[in-house]
Design a protein around this ligand. Structure first.
Ligand code: COA
Ligand code: AMP
Length: 242
């Protein structure tokens, strides 16, 4: 595929990040997509939209999806830890990572990207513990169709969940073995764990009003360089069927 552009939007208010989104589209749709992205944040005092040519692109599949609801955050997090443990992560490492996210993994604040965790030792591998690593250059081949398909399969899929699914699909392809996440948005309590190429939506990973959230990618330490390169530089479109 030629003439594809990655469009990345981020908006902030009083210097705090409030919204981000990415699309990969054909050149002729750039202005339409920019207009759509301009409308995405509900309010802001700063917005940046940048475009970058995509030179090489691969198609990938999305993981299977399962949803679980719990009565309490404690039960939900316990379930998340069991999933991580079943994927070979020691319980104390899973515990520490979830604890870190819940207290702000950037020295008591939310990170701007994900933690990279050595799956064997639990050591943090990201160079900058406030920035972390951000997955970029990924989108759906046909976003509307993906939303329609997931809705008709009974998933209450939001734009946010659709973004997360695309991001997770790329992470798996780049070599991330397992992942845990919940939003730092005070109104959004659903989080997820990804293990064995399955995306487990889990609610509630935190209580309403809780400002802490974050992401952790579990990886093999020896693959660090390749994984970081893939997450930042390689472009992917998630395709529903191969
Ligand atoms: N959280 C907090 N701050 C962010 C941010 C985020 N998600 N994304 C960007 N920023 C801020 C940071 O201050 C960053 O500086 P830094 O590089 O020192 O951290 C600054 O904006 C510049 O970011 P930029 O380099 O322009 O962003 P990017 O090219 O890496 O693109 C986004 C990142 C905006 C596309 C990405 O964060 C995003 O929102 N992706 C789409 C939505 C998504 O998948 N979200 C997660 C799943 S729900
Ligand atoms: P969000 O789901 O957007 O609220 O993001 C939750 C957390 O994930 C944030 O606090 C960041 O630490 C991290 N994060 C946000 N965007 C990305 C990204 N593109 N890649 C990796 N981590 C991210």
């Amino acid at each position: 595929m030629r003439d594809l552009i990655s469009i990345r939007m981020r908006a902030s208010f009083k210097n705090a990040h409030i919204s981000g989104a990415e699309r990969i589209c054909k050149k002729e749709k750039v202005s339409q997509i920019i207009n759509e992205l301009l409308k995405r944040p509900k309010f802001y005092d700063f917005i940046s939209i940048k475009t970058e040519e995509v030179k090489e692109l691969e198609f990938i599949k999305m993981p299977s999806i399962r949803s679980f609801d719990f009565k309490s955050v404690e039960e939900a997090r316990a379930f998340a830890k069991v999933l991580l443990e079943k994927a070979g992560i020691k319980m104390d490492i899973a515990n520490d990572v979830i604890e870190l996210i819940s207290k702000g993994a950037a020295f008591g604040k939310n990170m701007r990207g994900a933690m990279l965790i050595d799956i064997d030792t639990g050591q943090r591998l990201e160079e900058d513990k406030e920035k972390g690593i951000r997955t970029i250059k990924v989108d759906w081949e046909d976003r509307d169709l993906a939303k329609q398909m997931l809705l008709s399969s009974g998933y209450k899929i939001t734009d946010r969940a659709l973004d997360a699914l695309a991001l997770v699909s790329k992470n798996i392809r780049c070599g991330v073995i397992a992942e845990v996440c919940w939003s730092d948005d005070v109104d959004y309590t659903t989080g997820y764990v990804v293990v064995n190429k399955t995306y487990y939506r889990i609610n509630p990973m935190k209580n309403f009003g809780d400002p802490f959230g974050g992401r952790a990618y579990f990886i093999k330490a020896e693959n660090l360089e390749n994984i970081v390169d893939c997450l930042r530089n390689k472009a992917f479109l998630v395709r529903l069927k191969e």
